[in-house]
Design a protein around this ligand. Sequence first.
Ligand code: NAD
Ligand code: WQD
Length: 345
Amino acid sequence: MVRKVLVTGGAGYIGSHTLVALQEAGFEAVVIDSLCNSSEIALQRVQRITGKPVRFYPGDIRDRRLLDQILTENKIHSVIHFAGLKAVGESSQKPIDYYQSNVAGSLVLLEAMQEAGVKRLVFSSSATVYGSEAPVPYVETLQTGNTSNPYGTSKWMVEQILQDAAAANQELSVALLRYFNPVGAHPSGLIGEDPQGIPNNLLPYIAQVAVGKRKELSIFGDDYPTSDGTCLRDYLHVMDLAIGHVRALEWIEDKVGTEAFNLGTGRGISVLEIVRAFEQASGVPIPYTVAPRRAGDLPAFWADASKAKSELGWVADLGLEQMMVDTWRWQRENPQGYNATHSES
Ligand code: NAD
Ligand code: WQD
């Protein structure tokens, strides 16, 4: 029997790529998304890639009536929960919005799942839950917390809520996926990351410089205690991350309780290495200047991803070059993101 997965936030960057991986693995996907940070065109593109339909409910996860309707109309087997706000800087300006969407939204979803008897959940968590003092590489057994912004705290809070919920309900099965730095795009060039306004994250910024939308990159600090002075992060290809969700769905199938998994490559790459790799993949020079450090940035962190390998059978297969080539293809072929196209079929 085909298993139906409710994907909250499925029109977003990671959600849309995960829809492709889900459909290719034989799952059926139902999406709820408010489109507050995405476009319905992403869903049309997913259908173009896979040739399979995605059932879409436009709306907010805090709309309990809509969630009930979705769970009644579709025989949902499990949920992948991406929906939420994700801009770290903005979360300090609008903390209530972040707790509302990320924490209250997750609670409404959990209540609706409980009432409908849906017992399996994969949650989009983040390496940010390890906080500012954790030693590297981050391993799942480290204590979490000590987060430094409302976004990170909201992810940490939802992890706590899910652990308590699973402890109280012996039937609940939850995978907490702690992503490191997802980059890249589907190799078709049809879907990718489409940030609104000035990109906060490194790769979308570089790609917009390459396509002429921004003048130059500012590198936030070159005096960190790393080999070239710029920060190290664990960048992983979004298609690898998407497959990680399929593995997690398979894993929670016959488990109960809550389990956390780091999804990363296990390798720290510097900002300068990224700039050079992008230039090489695209053939486009990326002008940059060195700017002061960005508040809240940690010098270096990467994953110990051995648990995902041993438990989920998942490893990040795609290398840095592929991440850059695919980022560039997406940006080059969609210089205005999804905005340039009004509707597609
Ligand atoms: P995204 O903004 O592209 O996707 C989130 C989607 O959720 C968007 O389509 C948005 O419209 C939708 N959404 C937001 N609030 C909603 C609500 N209340 N109801 C319904 N839909 C809502 O972000 P993404 O990069 O795809 O991230 C997906 C998830 O992964 C998020 O929870 C994010 O916090 C988490 N995450 C992302 C990263 C990253 O670097 N991209 C890293 C770690 C964790
Ligand atoms: C990467 C590196 C910057 C932009 C954030 C969240 C994290 C997670 C992923 C969700 C850093 C440098 C960046 C620029 C730069 N999201 N940089 N110039 O900060 O590791 O992680 O996104 O959970 O929670 O904090 O990613 O892409 O913003 O930055 O020099 O214009 O690039 O200083 O060293 P980050 P990022």
